[in-house]
Design a binder for this molecule. Structure first.
Ligand code: AMP
Length: 213
């Protein structure tokens, strides 16, 4: 399947994407993971993105479109892809539309995961992420078996640099200003599925019902 997952930071896009990959072999593409990998590796891309990321601001549309133009051409995208954290601005959505048309591809739908702000805040402050494989944990509801060690790959499980209270609050403001308007954009395109659910399983069921898979 080919989906965009929309939703505020902490809405559960990454968790839902990971569950969906198991259904039909579609690949999760998280621009946040790609950028964090580049920062950790100290590449030129990472150096350009680091300051904006740590402050909870968006990285430039040009940088993101450059990443995605290459990423969507890779062979593992053939069975389908789940875009997690991209697009995040109207210009990115417009550029993606042109890119997909040129590639002769069509999305199944755009899923907008709508979760109340208090749930989001609680999730973001208690979320922990594996620095190596990106697996997501939660100190309250889903801690790793050994503290600070990833169950899946043994990598270090830590709090993201942009998950301080100040950066979280900025990320939510940026989301409301720059990314929330994408719901209207995709509604007009007739592609939007809004799901009001705090459970990932409920989101998965709504997606299956919508696209018939
Ligand atoms: P995420 O893991 O999706 O929350 O992304 C972490 C950070 O990476 C964001 O706060 C932005 O600084 C940057 N980022 C990720 N995806 C995008 C995007 N599509 N456009 C601009 N910045 C992005």
């Amino acid at each position: 399947m080919k989906l965009i997952l929309l939703g505020a930071p902490g809405a559960g896009k990454g968790t839902v994407a990971k569950l969906l990959t198991k259904l039909d072999g579609s690949v999760q593409i998280s621009t946040g993971d790609i950028l964090r990998g580049a920062v950790a590796a100290g590449t030129e891309l990472g150096m350009k993105a680091k300051a904006a990321m740590e402050a909870g601001d968006l990285v430039s549309d040009d940088l993101i479109m450059g990443i995605m133009a290459d990423r969507l051409k890779e062979d593992d995208c053939k069975p389908g892809y789940l875009l997690d954290g991209f697009p995040r601005t109207i210009p990115q959505a417009e550029a993606l539309k042109v890119m997909l048309t040129n590639m002769g591809e069509k999305l199944d739908c755009v899923v907008n995961i709508d979760v109340p702000r208090d749930v989001i805040l609680d999730r973001l402050t208690t979320r922990r992420t594996c620095e190596s494989c990106g697996e997501i944990y939660n100190v309250k509801s889903n801690p790793p078996k050994a503290e600070g060690v990833c169950d899946k790959c043994g990598g270090p499980v830590t709090q993201r640099a942009d998950e301080t209270e100040e950066a979280i609050s900025n990320r939510l403001d940026v989301y409301n200003e720059k990314t929330a308007p994408l719901a209207g954009f995709y509604e007009k395109e007739g592609m939007l599925l809004t799901v009001n659910a705090t459970s990932s399983d409920a989101v998965i069921e709504a997606i299956k019902a919508k696209i018939g898979k």
